[in-house]
Design a protein around this ligand. Structure first.
Ligand SMILES: [Zn+2]
Length: 535
């Protein structure tokens, strides 16, 4: 008998009375797609324009007001909620990176999806791993219950693939800079993967003509001048031969990831076994386009039309394979548009922990860096500070941050430790509760700095990086959550739900029992074909 992986078995329901009633004829393949930076405002705006893949999904059950409820609206925490049913406070993925002063290596900054215990792993050139994910994914739980099921992921970003598939993946692929690569070196090579990689190399080696904007996008073509001399807003995503950066800022990258997804379905015969399989797909181009150009220009418009088309082709390929599949699509976070286009202020660079730390060092006569962390996020006191010095430095840091006109709130570790992880409608959570939802006592900073609504977390625009996300405000938190299966009654739901609700809902769809006490999400009732277990 197979021994259940300890991590997953701890989350299984042991009492038969609490097991869910399996829905009749569950689908054989669950495709879970995360579109990086696809905020709810983008979905709402483009919904009438979609004619292909996203139009199909919009004809299923649409939760317009999904939330990545936590304050830390970054890629890694966001992806960690989708397939675990849990908030970052439980998944442990509190940010894209954090500081671990106890780490054995000299650089204490830790990437969310690395194993820093491996000597070759550095913050910049890390060894990809699910080590930091503290909970199992639905795929992990499914594999423990039904070893014949496959748990497969492919994404543009490694952290998307890792956080959605988890600890017991059969295949996991992500873009390694020039081709799709895997951290699962022992897994068998699917025959189509090298074929796709070779085709991509040839494709990227050839210059691509600018995309032809449809009238809806042409109407958005208004150039916006930035302080660094660049102009964005009216781009058409063409690229020079061999320009790998521009490839990632185009729908072609999503097309490539979806081609990989289709190849994995074919090669591994996903959806054809007795037990259901899970395929997680992370589409990252929307995030690259959004960072490079913002979310309201012609460039994002072309990305939206391209994404719709690529998804449509992917679903047609699955249809042609005659598979009984269901699709869930959401996002890891939204975004705030380009500050210069919407007239929003940019963050004062003086708010960076390093800058504030230098000021404190001068005032208090301390040697050393004093503060580490990110602007508008977790801030850490340097561990070299002694007891009394540390107390004075923290008091001074809190005073300086709280006095700054761009700061909405500074929340300390002590305050966060006192309150419970929030439950209920995420649209009603206070700022403190949002911060609690992405707080982990081992990994979070000594305090969290939350900037005022509208302040761009990016002090200065640069090439490829003009707009961003990461705030506790709804433009970064609100994301669509779409459920689709052939024959599903279309419905659009207005209530606020959390991306942590996705996992228990899929679990109910395929009849997998999940202990409600071990996750933060709840099964979303009222979706046709899905029977939620009795509470
Ligand atoms: Zn992201």
């Amino acid at each position: 008998m197979r021994i259940l992986p300890a991590l997953a078995s701890a989350f299984l329901v042991t009492s038969a009375a609490r097991a869910s009633v399996p829905a009749p004829q569950p689908p054989k393949l669950i495709v879970v797609i995360s579109v990086d930076q696809f905020g709810a405002s983008l979905f709402d705006e483009y919904r009438p324009q979609f004619t292909a893949g996203l139009a199909r999904l919009a004809g299923g059950t649409v939760f317009r007001n999904g939330y990545q409820g936590q304050a830390a609206t970054e890629t890694c925490p966001g992806h960690s909620t989708i397939m675990t049913g849990s908030l970052p406070a439980r998944t442990g993925i509190i940010a894209n990176s954090w500081y671990d002063w106890t780490a054995a290596r000299a650089d204490k900054r830790i990437y969310c999806a690395e194993d820093e215990r491996i000597p070759a792993s550095t913050y910049k050139d890390y060894t990809v791993s699910p080590l930091h994910l503290k909970v199992p994914t639905l795929g992990d739980i499914l594999k423990a219950l039904s070893p014949g099921s496959r748990n497969v992921a492919v994404a543009g970003k490694d952290r998307a693939a890792v956080m959605m598939s988890g600890h017991v993946a059969d295949q996991r692929w992500y873009w390694g800079g020039k081709k799709y690569v895997t951290d699962l070196k022992a897994a068998e090579m699917p025959p189509d993967v090298p074929v796709i990689n070779a085709r991509l190399a040839k494709f990227i080696a050839v210059a691509q003509a600018p995309l032809v904007p449809p009238p809806y996008c042409q109407a958005k073509a208004r150039p916006v001048a930035l302080s660094d001399g660049e102009t964005v807003g009216a781009g058409t995503l063409g690229r020079a031969a061999g320009d790998y950066d521009a490839f990632k800022e185009s729908p072609d990258w999503d097309g490539a990831t979806l081609a990989m997804a289709g190849a994995l379905v074919r090669d591994l015969k996903l959806g054809r076994g007795r037990a259901p399989d899970i395929l997680s797909v992370g589409l990252s181009a929307t995030d690259y386009v959004g960072h490079a150009y913002g979310s309201e220009g012609e460039e994002m418009c072309l990305q939206m039309f391209g994404l719709d088309r690529e998804l449509g082709d992917f679903f047609k390929a699955l249809d042609a394979m005659k598979l009984d599949y269901a699709v869930v699509l959401t996002a890891d976070h939204g975004v705030e548009d380009l500050a210069e286009r919407i007239g929003a202020p940019r963050a004062d660079p003086g708010l960076a922990p390093r800058a504030v730390g230098a000021e404190i060092a001068k005032t208090l006569g301390i040697q050393g860096p004093v503060l580490a962390g990110s602007l508008g996020g977790d801030v850490y006191l340097d561990p070299a500070l002694s007891g009394a010095e540390r107390t004075r430095a923290e008091a001074e840091a809190l005073r300086l941050y709280r006095a700054h006109p761009q700061v909405e709130a500074v929340v300390t570790k002590a305050e966060l430790e006192k309150i419970p992880v929030p439950t209920g409608s995420p649209d009603r959570w206070t700022l403190l509760q949002r911060a609690r939802a992405s707080f982990d006592p081992q990994r979070s900073g000594d305090f969290v700095v939350l900037l005022k609504k509208g302040v761009s977390l990016l002090p200065k625009p640069g090439k490829g990086d003009v707009a961003t996300h990461g705030s506790p405000w709804d433009y970064d938190r609100r994301v669509p959550i779409l459920f689709w299966r052939a024959g599903m009654e279309p419905q659009t739901r207005e209530e606020a739900v959390d991306t942590a609700d996705i996992m228990p809902t899929i679990a109910a769809m395929i009849g997998i029992p999940v202990d409600a006490g071990s996750i933060d999400g709840r099964c979303l009732a009222g979706i046709s074909g899905i029977s939620c277990p009795a509470p």
